[in-house]
Design a binder for this molecule. Structure first.
Ligand code: 7RM
Length: 635
């Protein structure tokens, strides 16, 4: 293992250069030397971004579960593969070894087969963060079924839309889930969703909370009973390199969610390679990513990437605030976590709380800290660096997308430098470029533009399920010949990239382009501000003006709101300039967020523009209740 792990800046430099000059030779070598193949490829890469079509390792045959499980059994059979930490801290941790994982995946694969699932069938997985979630994903991959994991916080409508879009024949769920002090009736949500889904034949139900649920005769089956009756070995299905491995839905700025299709060989090679490098994982390390497996971060960096490297990966069922806001740190201490990977929204939420929550926890096992999902503001970056990493752990600000399958821009610990708010340098194999609004590539440094990727990388999504046209339109039409990410970025004097936010979040005020992220950063520098979001609204003279939604910290309650408004605008004026001052500032109890913690500016924009009756579906939000409050107090 770790043959492909880069050590030191010189190695990064030469590796990167090789990956650009001879990309095919570069990936050929990595794929040959670090994975098991039933049959090697005929061609490393075949691509045409105008179609668009991308094929990696064509002609190869493999099964990803042989790479994530079987090949480790001889040397790591008794090593913990999955460390399961339940919601309730008094419930025992489970250590699932590679041997045990193998048996569970094989049995589960046989259950899928005996229920009529074959290669190419779509299986929807709607489970909480329990071991069965990872096991069911791998069981699908074992037999070549295409998994479509739907985050178990989504509503029944969101679930049925996704089940129908890809015609899933089976749903795997549980009798319920734990979330902090609450339980959630997952099976009830599935039952409701399935009233709208005619293709589903079977529902496998895992027992988790022992609730009294309805089982529909002929359709619903208890997973544990089925597993007991299944044999413990299932021959892995041999997959072509470009056979779909999974579908994962991601919301676009408009319309139906997009079912991004990831294929087998390239996805495996890239997630494994980047996991090893970005986290500098060493053989006996314990790695923890706090994301849900329902998101791409969980697919790539809880399940496939870590397991392909024979790592120990933590699966945490609970929330950062249960039983108190020290839970993350209690788990880090308990399992001596070495790499910790989370989202800026979680960091900001914890930073808002008292430092007493950290008191007494030994965090000295930590070596690398990671962040993903949105730009991390300077204040949160420093809080993470000082209080969690004790200034000794490099922070990897990893930029990537559901569509990219794996991390594309990130520091590499102890190889490349970190810089607050910067994702820094492209990983080997990634060729980023910035384009201006006329579609001209911006050469040189110290510029800002639309972030595109000029050359294929192995884990890029190959299409949108059932809608290749939309794939072309969304990603390959704005800047022909390159993949358009939808993000803006700036490249500093050292060639470091800073993601400035979605390009659609740019607001033009009096002819000046203002990104929302830097203004929010400025506001967040105010010591009494917990979080903020900026949107534009129409203005007679300026074209657009800025509307700020600001959540204050507890301590701000005693302060006069108008004084605070003045101070916030002064902060912006000081840090950015008068042009970026806000016309309106509304104080909020919270900001509407997606389930993965992204602020839903679309909703805030509509409210600021007076379109309160036309907010669209808000049922998939993490916190739909804050929307009412915001509507009522609009300025
Ligand atoms: C992995 C994931 C993708 C979008 C992406 C960006 C934003 C993600 C960062 C980031 C700044 C980062 N997939 N984003 N990581 N922005 N710095 N390190 O989040 O499909 O759910 O979202 O998230 O806008 O385009 S995703």
């Amino acid at each position: 293992m770790s043959d492909y792990q880069i050590k030191g800046f010189a190695a990064y430099k030469s590796t990167y250069q090789k990956s650009v000059k001879e990309p095919e030779a570069f990936w050929d070598e990595i794929a040959s030397e670090n994975f098991v193949w039933q049959k090697k490829w005929d061609t490393v890469l075949d691509w045409d971004f105008s179609k668009p079509e991308v094929k990696w390792f064509e002609g190869a045959q493999l099964n990803i579960t042989e790479n994530c499980i079987d090949r480790h059994l001889e040397t790591r059979g008794d090593k913990t593969a999955i460390l399961f930490e339940p919601n309730d801290p008094s419930e025992a941790t489970q250590h699932i070894t590679y041997n045990e994982l193998s048996e569970r995946v094989n049995r589960f694969a046989n259950v899928l087969k005996s229920n009529g699932i074959t290669k190419g069938d779509r299986v929807c997985i709607y489970l909480p963060m329990i071991p069965e979630l990872a096991v069911s994903v791998l069981a699908c991959a074992r037999i070549g079924a295409i998994h479509s994991v739907v985050f178990a916080g989504f509503s029944s409508t969101a679930l049925s839309t996704r089940i129908n879009d890809s015609d899933c024949k089976m749903v795997i769920t549980s009798d319920g889930s734990y979330r902090g002090e609450k339980t959630i009736d997952l099976k009830g949500i599935v039952d409701e969703a399935l009233q709208e889904c005619s293709v589903v034949e079977t529902v496998l139900v895992a027992k988790r909370i022992n609730s009294d649920i309805q089982m529909k005769e002929g359709r619903d089956k208890w997973l544990q009973l089925e597993l007991g009756a299944a044999s413990a070995f299932c021959k892995p299905e041999m997959m072509d390199a470009e056979d779909p491995l999974f579908i994962l839905y991601t919301s676009g700025s408009t319309g139906m969610p997009k079912g991004m299709v990831h294929t087998t060989a390239g996805y495996m090679v890239y997630t494994a390679y980047t996991f090893s490098n970005v986290f500098q994982y060493q053989e006996n390390d314990v790695y923890w990513c706090t994301a849900d497996i329902g998101w791409i971060t969980g697919h790539s960096y809880i399940v496939y990437g870590p397991l392909a490297n024979g790592a120990t990966t933590v699966i945490f069922e609970g929330t950062p605030s249960y039983p108190d806001c020290g839970r993350f740190w209690a788990i880090v201490e308990k399992h001596k976590v070495n790499q910790f990977y989370t989202a800026p929204t979680a960091i900001r939420a914890l930073a808002k709380e008292s430092l007493d929550n950290l008191e007494g926890y030994d965090l000295s096992s930590l070596k690398v800290l990671g962040t993903v999902g949105e730009p991390i503001n300077e204040e949160a970056w420093h809080w993470y660096d000082e209080n969690i990493g004790k200034k000794k752990c490099p922070i990897v600000d990893t930029w990537w997308q559901t569509e990219t399958g794996g991390i594309l821009i990130s520091p590499i610990p102890n190889c490349t430098e970190t810089k607050p708010t910067y994702a820094t340098l492209p990983l080997p194999g990634t060729q980023p470029a910035l384009f201006d609004e006329n579609g001209v590539e911006l050469e040189g440094n110290n510029l800002e533009g639309s972030l595109c990727i000029k050359y294929p990388w192995p884990s890029m999504a190959r299409t949108i399920w059932g809608n290749h046209n939309r794939y072309r339109e969304t990603y390959f039409s704005a800047f022909p010949g390159t993949y358009f990410t939808g993000d803006g970025a700036l490249r500093d004097g050292d060639g470091f990239y800073r993601i400035t936010g979605r390009v659609d979040d740019v607001i033009i005020v009096s002819g000046h382009n203002l990104g929302t992220a830097p203004i929010e950063d400025a506001i967040n520098e105010h010591p009494l501000v917990a979080e903020s979001a900026i949107v534009g609204f129409p203005h007679d003279i300026k074209g657009s003006a800025l509307y700020g939604y600001v959540t204050l910290k507890e301590k701000a309650l005693s302060r006069n709101p108008d004084d605070l408004r003045l101070e916030i605008n002064q902060m912006i004026a000081d840090l950015i300039g008068l042009i970026a001052k806000l016309d309106k500032i509304q104080f909020t109890n919270g900001l509407p967020k997606t389930r993965s913690g992204k602020i839903m500016r679309r909703i805030l924009r509509k409210i600021a523009c007076g379109e309160v009756d036309n907010l669209g579906d808000i049922s998939t939000l993490l916190n739909p209740e804050v929307v009412e409050d915001i509507k009522e107090n609009v300025i």
